[in-house]
Design a protein around this ligand. Structure first.
Ligand SMILES: Nc1ncnc2c1ncn2[C@@H]1O[C@H](COP(=O)(O)OP(=O)(O)O)[C@@H](O)[C@H]1O
Ligand SMILES: [Mg+2]
Length: 297
């Protein structure tokens, strides 16, 4: 082959291997448990895989992670085995590949192993997976902890999943206020799942209540979603035409086409959180969720 031909071939190959989509790390979080993080995670993962992207899912709900269950996986290894092996090991060797191509790093099989997984190790694992994936989805445990804050700081998008119940909304609002105080709110989208869930709050009041206009709704589908979860098949695979599947595909479109990435510089998120303690932001009262729009700073 002539040198010229080799050059052209090299250029074409390089062009083909250049990803058209920037690498994305998406954190799937919630203030309280049971809102639908796992459901959202496995369905988004499947959509992205169908679109030809290299997708990884990390189950960082260290005590009660359900990703393997929701994807009908029977993993040989989990992140606990990686923790035992140490950072010299290749984290992808501890993943299980689903038939749809999604690479999953499962949570430990028992809650007592969670303490083996430090925040530092979690960060190492998601950074390693981020490097080898077009899209990395990380489901966190519910609530605000060191590891979820660290992840939120490094992620390109933060999906806050809530339902319409009063407790879920109140705690989601508190979580958004904390995220805002840490200058991370520009990355947050709320997913209002199981909508319209039985609630005293009117759907029209939700954006005001949560102090954000970046909200997606996913419909309540009591017959089909729990069944798909229990069967271990994401509903976007089994019933791609149902309302839930269509709506979550729209969310997926937004996530890959709208990069609202703005990495923070300066102090780490944990330093900033410590700086908040004892300040006005810390005093988030239940009454504050009744503030009308415009008065919230
Ligand atoms: N939109 C929905 N409609 C009906 N049931 C849902 C919906 N989203 C989630 N569920 C069900 O709610 C339960 C909790 O969902 P899950 O995704 O495990 O929440 P989390 O990961 O936040 O704890 C599961 O049984 C799931 O099937
Ligand atoms: Mg879960």
């Amino acid at each position: 082959m002539s040198n010229r031909k080799k050059e052209v071939l090299h250029a074409v190959n390089n062009q083909e291997s250049t990803p058209t989509t920037p690498k994305k790390m998406i954190a799937i979080c919630s203030a309280i448990g049971g809102t639908g993080r796992t459901t959202v995670t496995v369905n988004l993962a499947s959509i992205f895989a169908k679109r030809g992207l290299d997708v990884s899912v990390m189950d960082a709900d260290r005590q009660f992670g359900d990703i393997s269950l929701a994807m009908d996986l029977d993993p040989v290894y989990t992140m606990k085995d990686f923790a035992m092996a140490g950072k010299g090991a290749d984290v992808t060797n501890y993943c299980t590949i689903h038939k749809n191509g999604v690479q999953v790093l499962p949570a430990p099989e028992r809650p007592e192993y969670a303490e083996l997984i430090s925040t530092e190790l979690l960060e190492f694992m998601w950074s390693s997976l981020h490097e080898v994936s077009d899209v990395l989805l990380v489901e966190t445990s519910s609530g605000l902890y060191d590891q979820s804050l660290q992840l939120m700081e490094q992620a390109d998008h933060i999906l806050l999943v809530t339902t319409g119940g009063m407790a879920a909304l109140k705690n989601t609002r508190l979580m958004i206020e904390t995220i805002e105080a840490l200058d991370l709110k520009n990355k947050v989208s709320v997913i209002m799942n199981q909508s319209p869930a039985p609630s005293v709050i009117k759907p029209s009041e939700i954006a005001n209540l949560l102090a954000t206009d970046s909200i997606y709704e996913l419909p309540y589908d009591i017959k089909r979603i729990p069944l798909s979860f229990d069967n271990g098949t994401p509903i976007v695979d089994s019933i791609p035409t149902c309302e839930f599947s269509k709506k979550i595909m729209t969310i997926a479109d937004h996530l890959v086409s709208n990069n609202r990435l703005e990495k923070q510089s300066g102090n780490t998120v944990l330093q900033r959180l410590k700086g908040l303690r004892g300040k006005k932001h810390e005093l988030i009262s239940k009454a504050s969720i009744k503030e009308p729009e415009g008065e919230h700073t």
